[in-house]
Design a protein around this ligand. Structure first.
Ligand SMILES: NC(=O)c1ccc[n+]([C@@H]2O[C@H](COP(=O)([O-])OP(=O)(O)OC[C@H]3O[C@@H](n4cnc5c(N)ncnc54)[C@H](O)[C@@H]3O)[C@@H](O)[C@H]2O)c1
Length: 337
């Protein structure tokens, strides 16, 4: 396990609890972080350099939770050493680097998985089922908000830190990639380089419009996605673990008019009120499912959920949003991958 900062310990806990995993080594360049987890894994070797993991023949696979800007370098090192790798999102900070990693993993016959944790979230998966079953009718609009006060990061902006989650969820739900994106952002202090708040709009081939609002400059924590379908609406609230999914049998309905056919007045819509219902979700910690899936894919040599190829699609959208941000919100077509 490499990278024991804020997030790595969550992965480490799940690795430790997985009966198929033996944690052979802990790696972090900060000795204080290693010392903190030494007692929980007394059999694990401690090291400060990922090259030590790469060169260890006892190690089959490595989970990487180092800062985003180092993912590509670290994944490359480990894949070249013949290891299977689960690397935190985003897989890399450019599409070019991510494509090289995917090609490297293929050529070396290695498993490359990206930590798109929400693909293992039971609520996210239930929403996908509902979309597939047509519960919502044809989708029109999805809004995603991933906001809180902090953690302020200096290694990447709010887009690259937070939006990988929303984008991976949207691609998973819709089964398609956007044809056009726009993004605007703000920095708390104009002297800063990295945006603290980013607002993106993604237009999909099916004409679904999605808005993704991410940032670490919001007074309260919000992790919500609202899906507006022609028949029903659904709210996924990741903060409310007791009621994560609410289905609303509400919307708009056409009102009969006597206006002549073809005239604008002919089409009138009014609110259609209706009941709401909590959808059941069989809860399992997403990270436990993610770690378990990584282990199964290593054993069976199967392409994982959150594969390098899936990560490429997410990064092509992120890169297009970044390009739009750079140019004041101009529409950008994500690169085909
Ligand atoms: N999947 C999720 O839901 C989720 C949630 C939070 C964070 N993350 C991802 O996890 C990664 C880590 O995030 P974090 O919040 O823990 O960051 P962090 O800065 O708190 O931790 C990074 C750790 O990596 C160590 N490190 C840095 N350079 C290193 C190197 N060259 N060799 C070895 N160790 C090194 C640091 O000492 C630190 O302990 C990020 O990429 C982030 O995007 C994922």
């Amino acid at each position: 396990m490499a990278g024991l900062g804020q997030w790595g310990p969550n992965l480490l806990r799940n690795l430790g609890e997985n009966p198929s995993v033996s944690v052979a080594a802990l790696c972090d360049r900060d000795p204080a972080r290693l010392a903190k987890f030494r007692d929980q894994h007394p059999a694990a070797r401690l090291c400060a350099d990922l090259a030590d993991l790469a060169n260890d023949p006892q190690i089959d696979a490595i989970v990487v939770a180092t800062p985003a800007g180092l993912h590509a370098e670290h994944a490359r090192l480990l894949l070249n050493a013949g290891k299977d790798v689960l690397v935190e999102k985003p897989l890399a900070m450019t599409l070019r680097e991510a494509s090289e990693l995917v090609a490297l993993a293929r050529s070396r016959g290695r498993i490359l998985m990206t930590g798109h944790t929400f693909l293992f979230n039971a609520a996210v998966r239930r929403v996908r089922e509902e979309i597939r079953q047509g519960t919502l009718g044809p989708l029109r609009f999805i809004s995603a908000q991933r906001l809180s006060l902090g953690q302020v990061r200096s290694d990447c902006n709010a887009l690259w830190n937070l939006a990988p989650h929303d984008i991976s969820i949207l691609l998973h739900w819709l089964g398609e990639t956007p044809v056009s994106v726009t993004a605007r952002g703000i920095t708390f202090d104009p002297r800063q380089q990295q945006e603290d708040i980013v607002l993106c709009q993604l237009e999909f081939p099916s004409r679904v419009l999605a808005s993704v609002h991410v940032g670490w400059l919001n007074p309260v924590k919000v992790r919500a996605m609202t899906l507006v379908g022609a028949k029903r609406m659904l709210v996924y609230d990741d903060v409310d673990s007791t009621r994560p999914l609410t289905l609303y049998d509400r919307g708009l309905q056409e009102v009969e008019t006597t206006a002549p056919e073809g005239s604008l007045e002919r089409f009138r819509f009014a609110v259609r009120p209706g009941p709401e219902e909590q959808l059941a979700v069989e809860w399992r910690e997403p990270l436990a499912a993610e770690v378990d899936h990584f282990v199964q894919c290593i054993r069976r040599r199967e392409e994982p959920i959150g594969s390098g190829a899936e990560a490429l699609r997410v990064i092509s959208v992120l890169e297009a949003c970044q390009e739009s941000l750079r140019h004041g919100g101009k529409p950008v077509i994500p690169a085909a991958v």
